[in-house]
Write a protein that binds this ligand. Structure first.
Ligand code: URA
Length: 211
């Protein structure tokens, strides 16, 4: 598993505003959207392209275009939806699938309750959107779900990560060069309620309110 922590002043600036408890929901949504686009720029560094001949007003040349099948973007419900617009702004021709997972609080196992994805993901590059890599359980289950369907390259984009969650992913995908996590920061630790510290609170609630 590869971990990319994006070290950029604009990323740090937007993340600081997201963390601030005084940032209201509309501003939080806008900042999350902008931050995802910045993270997505790095996360798509290895997106597959093929040569594409064109003619400019001056001369013929050969550029590139995304290969088919196109990449697939998979927001994890519910908070991952707040990252979708920022991602597809950069990859407008990507397909979008959806995955909903719920954790059984007694077994701590994450199981899928919603799935709108092709059964066959052979040869697909997948970009999973989940704002908070906390315990890692949901992300491990989501990535396994995609790999079992044939995805050969999975990149998870998280606004923030906890060291505990990063370790869980490292163990689950030890030596898997085709699994990458891209994040704006790895914070200090998880508290006893499962929140990332200092973190930004409950990402879903801050995006959509407490429902
Ligand atoms: N999920 C969140 O929304 N926030 C955290 O800090 C941890 C998990």
């Amino acid at each position: 598993m590869r971990l990319l922590v994006i070290d950029h002043p604009l990323v740090a600036h937007k993340l600081t505003a997201l963390r601030d408890a005084g940032t209201d929901s509309p501003t939080f949504r806008r900042l999350a959207d902008e931050l995802v686009t910045l993270l997505a720029y790095e996360a798509t560094r290895d997106v597959r392209v093929e040569p594409h001949p064109i003619t400019t007003p001056v001369a013929p040349t050969v550029g590139v275009r995304l290969t088919s099948p196109k990449p697939i973007v998979v927001p994890i419900l519910r908070a991952g939806l707040g990252m979708l617009d920022g991602m597809v702004r950069l990859l407008p021709t990507a397909e979008v699938g959806f995955l909903g997972l719920i954790r059984d609080e007694s077994t701590l196992q994450a199981t899928t309750y919603a799935n709108r994805l092709p059964d066959d993901l052979s040869g697909r590059q997948c970009y999973v959107l989940d704002p908070m890599l906390a315990t890692g359980g949901t992300l491990v289950a989501s990535i396994n779900y995609l790999l079992e369907r044939g995805a050969d390259d999975v990149t998870a984009i998280c606004l923030l990560a906890a060291p505990e969650g990063v370790e869980v992913l490292r163990e689950a995908f030890d030596g898997a060069a085709h699994v990458t996590v891209v994040t704006a920061a790895v914070d200090e630790h998880l508290n006893s309620s499962g929140y990332i510290v200092p973190g930004l609170g409950d990402a879903g609630d801050r995006l959509y309110g407490v429902v």
